[in-house]
Design a protein around this ligand. Structure first.
Ligand SMILES: [Zn+2]
Length: 141
């Protein structure tokens, strides 16, 4: 007798994760956090323990408004991972947030990814909640 099909969840962060846990804690409240260096003022993303512009370990967490523009994107039409296969076609995109950092995410909430997404398009964060974590996705603004 064949085994019943297993439901696959999207890959999720595995805790404890000391460097990024404050990010994920804020994400549960739908707050998109990034870091600013206390020494050089550099903006740091993705979250980590040290500044990427200087040797400082003194970073301050800030909350983004979650608005920005699409820097680049691709429409994924084939994926062999079961959790992603259910989502095709979907858009993976680099988003330039207004606060000055760039993040990789998905653009969701469009009827046709081939025609409804473009470079330079304004987007805003839209949270997708899962048991393990809330994930920041983006939708046209
Ligand atoms: Zn720095």
């Amino acid at each position: 007798m064949p085994e019943p099909k297993k439901k696959f969840d999207l890959p999720m962060p595995k805790f404890p994760e000391p460097d990024t846990e404050p990010f994920w804690d804020a994400a549960k409240n739908h707050e998109l956090r990034y870091q600013v260096c206390d020494e050089c003022g550099g903006i740091v993303f993705h979250p980590r323990r040290h500044c990427t512009h200087c040797p400082s370990l003194n970073l301050t967490w800030k909350t983004s408004k979650g608005e920005g523009v699409i820097y680049s994107y691709s429409v994924v039409r084939q994926n062999y991972h079961p959790a992603f296969r259910e989502r095709i076609p979907y858009v993976i995109a680099w988003i330039d947030l207004d606060e000055g950092f760039r993040m990789l995410s998905n653009v969701v909430g469009v009827d046709d990814p081939a025609s409804d997404v473009s470079i330079g398009q304004r987007v805003r964060v839209e949270w997708q909640d899962f048991e393990a974590a809330s994930l920041p996705m983006f939708t046209p603004a």
